[in-house]
Write a protein that binds this ligand. Sequence first.
Ligand SMILES: [Fe+2]
Ligand SMILES: [Fe+2]
Length: 400
Amino acid sequence: MQYADPETLKILLVDDEPKIVNGLERNIGMMEADWEIEVAYSGAEGLEMLARESFDVIVSDLRMPEMNGAQFLEKAKVSAPATLRFILTGYADQDLMVRATGVAHRYLIKPCDSREVIDAIRQVYESRSLMLDSDIIRFVTETNELHINNQPLQDLLELTNDTDCDTDDVANMIESQPTVHASILHVSNSAFFGAGGQIETMREALHILGLEFVSSLASFELARREMNLPPHLHAMAGTVLKHCVETSQFALQMKPLIENPQFLSTLSSLSLLHDLGKLVFLMRQGDDYARLWKESAEQNVPLWKMEREAYGCDHAGIGAYLFALWGLPEALVQGVAWHHQPTKAMKDRLCPVSLLHMANYGAHKTREQSAYCSGELDAELAQRFSLSPDFHNELKRQSA
Ligand SMILES: [Fe+2]
Ligand SMILES: [Fe+2]
């Protein structure tokens, strides 16, 4: 399957209000001269167009008479499964929005100008072009089980993207999700944070761990909870989560190496999210993926390399693409994409991508036994920053 070049995309805009949709068409057309933009004034008309020609992206209004945006996208998902589905929605449309769960890849909140629509589309396509293989897109776009537009997750992301958001808003949101709440309290009470058994409330957790860290942990938890896995695969998903938490803990030990304080919080989030792509494999490939874990350990070949051989893509690419779809910041998308091959995205100094690679390596190395082979310290990175393969133990000694 061939995927389009982001410079020449074909977009279908669907809205019953001619003034809005014609305005979008005109403005997007002016800003992106090489994009081909078609307009439909109803869901039925949109479906006719999809039957006749193929599009890269659909941007549909949610509130429309007769066939609403959720019903339209549901049908569009069947007739054009590889097309990205964006939905335009207002805050007043909460009831309808719930029905759009599972059919839209991404929500755009109205009022939303042409620039925002373009940026959202470009962000997804730019991350696509970073990935090696179009199989990634097939994997993620067709993974229905992982509700990437899961309502609480979307709410949380919107909340934390809002510059006015405060700790109380996030605490309230998380407290409405008991399992997420429980797992955040669990992590924040882990001995590592020096607060063993003392944190009782979400507000205290946010105070100690920071907003960014807690929201990433909550995102991870919400995504994991949405999965429908048999019990033995759930245990594997738990192993992935545990490894991510351990990576974030190791990342904190690397504090002395980190010059820019902003990098530390980016790194905390990245650590928690970096291996989420493994969960997509678990859902899509199930026992076949479990077998690959075993083989990776037996043959001592890094899991991501085996994934590429078996499925044509790896969990780093899948995770990055998923996060681009969710609208997460570019630094997170890039970090996840290249966490096994940091030199492909590395800057001169230690940046979040290379720091994540080191934290991931350190977290794997400090575990006695791993369910799969965990990969090596990138040789070029090690040489450039004079890192010994034993740097994780040196760090430990320094912080002791
Ligand atoms: Fe990984
Ligand atoms: Fe990892």
